[in-house]
Design a protein around this ligand. Structure first.
Ligand code: PEP
Ligand code: MG
Length: 743
């Protein structure tokens, strides 16, 4: 059974067009089930179109339609469950469509094809003989439909449609709208090179050294340009590339390869593919995506070997850069003012290219479904980086609509940005502190604005991930000092290392069955006091003469963790004081409340803490037992769930007159920020892109008017009801423009 299934799924995936693949599907399924007829209906505009058949009239294919819920096939789509009938014409919903010629068939078995809760079609088998299909047959068809669903979705998307409607779904890596011609990134050399022998290893090594040098020079230049264009630590990324190129192990592996008689190209291919394989086999998304960086380096080396004098791009107008997989260095090759947008067929939203795009403010789509780069050559593209859609040759009315939307968005975000110049007060004069979440990809320029009171969360793990080994005390000190200095005297809360979970370090492999419940955050730090002390010492040194540092510890679930952190902090302060020969100030120490245990113990812990920040991302994950990174259960990850709302309310009520903030994604959403203000939070930390809108929200609210809203959100039965109360409140205040499009 399994081999038959696998055979069908494989054959379907190999066909060239969606029509061919579905014709193959019904042919093979009919044969496998030894039945008289097999047909596939696809959902189209809320009806079901006969798309492929073996056994019904071929003339009806592409024409015959059933309405949603009409006939037994329509019923299967509507109810989203299989229907197994010994004699279908006797069923009350049966509807005979004369053009399909199914009069002869009696037995009927149909299963819905569903992908991520969306009905895509119905797969039907029929037989002349009146009989019930067996449980095994039913289970075979259900399994087949579930395995075909993702393919069917992809293929249905690639079908030619009304040109006005042609768009392709994608993930938004950086928000915004862009309309410009596509520029296909220069084809990269294939990393898989033929195995070729060389006469002289010495000459091959010379060629390789030359290529390594030229690639380093090229990357240093790109890195220099990026650090001028982007205010972030991303230039570090280019330093890391340079470090990797200079890495003694890599060079030794290449040298060994040429000494074994391989050509320079073969050596690069062998060595780099091995590195790529190591990264691709890692279970963590972030690290798997690092494989793309290494592949990119290898391809650049091959490029240098094959065509050393390739000229840079010459562009006289802005373009949307398109590639199968865009890398950070590809992106850096286009000057910022000529880069309107980015489209990458593969890749995730954590790739360095995606992080870079966000930092540069360039709209970017990744994981685009149903289209290949070659189809975009010389075409106008429209990136809808709000909904996650790519339009190909959009009709003029679509362009006009998006241009108007873009102008509106620009005006709105410029208006919101201008707001930040003012101190943030509510309409009734209460001060609300808006803080920045920072890390590798933050726009720290907003720290100069009066409306931003400091950094509420600086995630240090990105810094650790950028290096190939633990950064030294000096390297860390430099990075921390830069952030503390840029904050111009405002407080900066730097979080100690929060690796583990979904963020292991390449040089500290952790194998666990349940990483989110494992060796994460403070647990790892306290098991390695050497690492923790190095980080704390670097932080204290960076704070010398500035005094705006606060240290925050993640994932705390036990009292002794706070006590140990306090003890190690005091030890570091004392040691540094002795080393420097002058007293050193101890920074404030706080924790994140993101584990349910911490919220239940908070009232007891407050006397030991200088401040607390709620991590609503993890708190939601742990309260609801929903993996925050698993798309399959994404719908259940809801920070508006009444249990989360009750937890947030409890934390606030246990923290009267204490230094309490919240730094999860919730703080940067308009409905989330309104909820938090309603529950009593007055310090919200968020990504730079959200600050303007939340500032606008606060300034237009009278916080004294919130108690009624508080009652209704605390009484709500589900997340939907919480959101509805918040939306209604905003609309009632004339703040409808702040209601998100998908609310
Ligand atoms: C959180 O958990 O809400 C948080 C801010 O931390 P992170 O997203 O880095 O886990
Ligand atoms: Mg967290």
């Amino acid at each position: 059974m399994i081999s038959t299934l696998r055979h069908i799924v494989q054959r379907v995936s190999q066909a060239n067009t969606v029509e061919q693949s579905m014709a193959e599907l019904v042919r093979l399924t009919r044969a496998a089930m030894q039945t008289d007829c097999c047909s596939l209906y696809l959902v189209e505009e809320h009806s079901l179109l006969l798309f492929a058949t073996e056994g019904l009239s071929q003339d009806a294919v592409g024409h015959s339609r059933l309405d949603w819920g009409e006939g037994v096939v329509g019923l299967v789509a509507q109810r989203e469950e299989p229907l197994n009938l010994a004699d279908a014409p006797k069923h009350k919903a049966f509807k005979l469509l004369p053009e399909v010629q199914e009069e002869a068939y009696r037995a009927f078995l149909a299963v819905p094809v569903i992908h991520r809760r969306q009905a895509l079609g119905v797969l039907v088998v029929q037989q002349r003989l009146a009989r019930q299909f067996s449980e095994e047959e039913e289970s075979f068809l259900i399994t087949l439909a579930s395995q075909l669903a993702p393919q069917l979705r992809e293929r249905a998307l690639s079908r030619p449609q009304d040109p006005k409607l042609i768009h392709y779904p994608a993930l938004v890596a950086a928000e915004g709208i862009a309309i410009a011609p596509a520029l296909l990134a220069r084809p990269k050399m294939d990393l898989v090179q033929p195995e070729r022998r060389a006469e002289s290893p010495e000459r091959e090594w010379q060629r390789l050294e030359q290529a390594l040098l030229a690639t380093s020079e090229e990357l240093a230049e790109l890195g220099g340009r990026i650090s001028e264009e982007v205010e972030s630590e991303l230039a570090l990324l280019f330093d890391c590339f340079l470090e990797l190129l200079a890495d003694a192990d890599l060079r030794l592996a290449l040298r060994n390869c040429v000494e074994q008689g391989w050509m320079a190209e073969t050596a690069v291919s062998k060595v780099v593919l091995e590195y790529v394989g190591q990264f691709e086999s890692m279970s963590d998304d972030y690290l798997r995506e690092r494989a793309a960086d290494i592949r990119d380096l290898g391809q650049r080396l091959l490029d240098q070997l094959a065509r050393p004098s390739l000229a840079p791009y010459r562009l006289d107008h802005p373009v949307i850069l398109v590639a199968k997989e865009i890398t950070a260095t590809m992106l850096a090759e286009i000057p910022r003012q000529k880069l309107a947008g980015i489209v990458s067929i593969k890749g995730g939203i954590n790739s360095h290219a995606a992080i870079l795009a966000r930092a540069m403010g360039v709209p970017a789509l990744v994981a685009v479904e149903g289209i290949k780069p070659a189809q975009m050559a010389d075409k106008t593209l429209l990136i809808d980086g709000l909904e996650g859609r790519l339009w190909l040759e959009p009709a003029s009315e679509v362009v006009r609509a998006f241009e108007a939307l873009e102008r509106g968005l620009e005006r709105r975000s410029a208006r919101f940005r201008r707001q930040l110049a003012e101190v943030c007060h509510s309409r009734n004069g209460e001060a609300v502190s808006l803080l920045l979440n920072a890390g590798l990809d933050a726009d720290e320029s907003v720290l100069g604005k009066a409306g931003v009171t400091g950094v509420g969360l600086y995630r240090t793990e990105a810094l650790f991930m950028a290096y190939n080994q633990f950064p030294t005390e000096q390297q860390q000190e430099r990075a921390y000092r830069r952030v503390l200095e840029r904050a111009s005297g405002k407080p900066v809360t730097i979080r100690t290392l929060d690796v583990g979970g979904d963020k292991p370090l390449p040089y500290l492999p952790i194998r666990e069955d349940n990483p989110f419940l494992g060796w994460r955050g403070v647990r790892l730090s306290l098991d390695h006091p050497d690492l923790f002390l190095t980080q704390v010492r670097a932080l204290i040194r960076a704070n010398e003469g500035l005094g705006n540092l606060r240290i925050m510890v993640p994932m705390v679930s036990r009292l002794d963790e706070i006590q140990s952190c306090r003890r190690l902090l005091e030890q570091a302060v004392q040691e540094l004081g002795e080393e420097l020969g002058r007293p050193v100030t101890a920074p404030a120490l706080g924790i994140m409340v993101e584990v349910p245990a911490a919220l239940l113990q908070l009232a007891r812990w407050w006397p030991l803490l200088d401040f607390v920040s709620v991590g609503s991302n993890d708190l939601t994950q742990y309260l609801l037992a929903v993996d925050r990174n698993n798309a399959q259960v994404g719908a259940s990850f809801d920070s508006f769930h009444p249990a989360v709302v009750a937890a947030l309310a409890q934390i606030a009520s246990h923290s009267a007159d204490q230094d309490l903030s919240l730094c999860g994604e919730l703080a940067g959403e308009t409905l989330g920020a309104l909820l938090l203000l309603t529950l009593g939070y007055r310090q919200l930390s968020m990504n730079s892109g959200s600050l303007g809108a939340i500032h606008f929200l606060v300034q237009h609210l009278d916080l004294a008017e919130l108690p009624a809203l508080r009652e209704s959100v605390l009484a709500a039965a589900d997340g939907e009801e919480v959101r509805r109360s918040l939306v209604e409140f905003l609309e009632g205040q004339g703040l409808g423009e702040l209601v998100p499009a998908n609310a």
